[in-house]
Design a protein around this ligand. Structure first.
Ligand code: UD1
Length: 369
């Protein structure tokens, strides 16, 4: 059955792909987006948004814009959010306001005018450190680390031995290590608490590190692959925090779009949280090297900063069994093909490299240590 779907923040990187996928499925799509300058530059109209999308300019916290955007809508995908972990540690008011007050505003409207389903973009960052095991095989849910250049970067067990990262399932308890993570957890809980209270279905997708063509290259607080791509495009070395051995899962934005379609349509999705990732984890150093090769710049060696960005977790790798089994989620993009496509797109772009400026902003505040 076709629905009218509102995507908040839908002019952004992920939203544009979700919009495209929903249109292909025969849904009608409306987007509410304030086109913030850090992501969209000076543009006053969205770039690369499918022309079939009904675009409503406006901030999620603006009641009049929100009312306009929600009129006649059957389902909502809630993506409007500030997304930088590092930046969230100093732009606290902005992150809490956009992410949490924004979600509160959305639900305040939905109480009076419920929709069928709300799917919210949560984040793997709500887990903090992922699940670990000790060398003896005991599972550790509450790993913490006190990262300093003179000590091992990995979390340690009681005997001082590094813990070994294992795939993190949805049942791992949250450990909120950054303002960003706190706000994402609040978004997720507001959705899963309020939706059923008012006769709606709520779903939360906990996304890992999303990459692909269209990411905001000139935003120094965007994801690591886009940051590295912008550096390489300008002939500069990517700067790797810690020692580069931290592990993440990089998932292609088209696979993310597939996950949102499933979360919006699948009868078994309501009330659930799902990890969404590619299922293959890598270190930050590995991706820096592979991207440099894909962009034809293997000569540019990354700089290892040997410092940590405060708020970062060491390892977080996903267990996506639940999304596979319940939703039938099947990530398709092979990482080397995804990088090749990213490199091809990046080569046609211009990127203002603001990474050094962003790093000194964090350093000035003691947020890189
Ligand atoms: C990212 C997303 C977040 C999402 C989360 C889900 C962005 C801005 N953040 O956070 O919205 O919820 O994934 O997994 O897209 N790093 C470097 N050098 C850099 C930048 C980063 O070494 O110049 C390292 C970081 O220290 C970290 C890793 O790369 O260890 C990933 O960083 P980043 O891309 O910012 O992602 P997350 O913090 O995981």
């Amino acid at each position: 059955m076709s629905d009218t779907v509102l995507i908040t923040g839908g002019a952004g990187f992920i939203g544009r792909y979700v919009a495209g996928a929903l249109l292909k499925r025969g849904h009608r799509v409306r987007v509410l987006d304030s086109l913030i300058e850090q992501v969209h530059g000076e543009r006053t109209t969205p770039d690369a948004l499918d022309p079939a999308v009904d675009f409503v300019p406006g901030d999620i916290r603006d009641e009049a814009a929100l009312k306009r955007a929600l009129s006649g809508v059957d389902k909502v995908v809630h993506l409007a959010a500030e997304v930088g972990v590092g930046q969230s540690m100093y732009a606290v008011d902005r992150y809490v306001s956009v992410n949490d007050y924004g979600t509160a505003m959305l639900f305040q409207q939905l109480i009076d005018r419920p929709v069928k389903r709300v799917v919210v973009a949560s984040s793997m960052s709500i887990y903090g450190e992922g699940l670990y095991r000790t060398v003896d095989g005991d599972l550790i849910q509450d790993a913490v680390r006190t990262p300093r250049p003179s000590a091992p970067w990995d979390p340690l067990d009681a005997q001082g031995r590094p813990l070994i990262p294992v795939p993190t399932p949805e049942w791992k308890q949250p450990a909120l290590a950054s303002v960003y993570a706190i706000t994402k957890y609040v978004q997720e809980r507001l959705t899963l608490t309020l939706a059923p209270t008012y006769g709606m279905e709520g779903v939360a997708l906990r996304l890992w590190n999303v990459y692909g063509p269209g990411q905001a290259l000139s935003n120094p607080y965007t994801g690591v692959l886009a940051i590295f791509a912008a550096r390489l495009l300008n002939g500069n070395a990517p700067v790797i925090f810690e020692d580069g051995e931290q592990r993440r899962d990089f998932v292609h934005v088209e696979d993310i779009a597939q996950a949102f379609v499933l979360a919006l349509e699948h009868p078994k999705a309501p009330g659930e949280v799902f990890n969404i990732a590619s299922g293959a984890d890598r270190t930050v150093s590995q991706v820096a090297e592979l991207l440099a090769a894909a962009m034809g710049r293997p000569d540019i060696r990354p700089e290892i900063a040997g410092k940590v960005r405060i708020g970062d977790v060491r390892h977080n790798i996903p267990d996506i069994t639940k999304a596979r089994e319940v939703l039938g989620f099947a990530p398709k993009m092979d990482f080397s093909q995804g990088l090749a496509e990213l490199a091809e797109w990046v080569a046609q772009q211009q990127a203002v490299d603001r990474v050094a400026q962003a790093r000194s902003e964090l350093e000035m505040r003691g947020l890189v240590a």
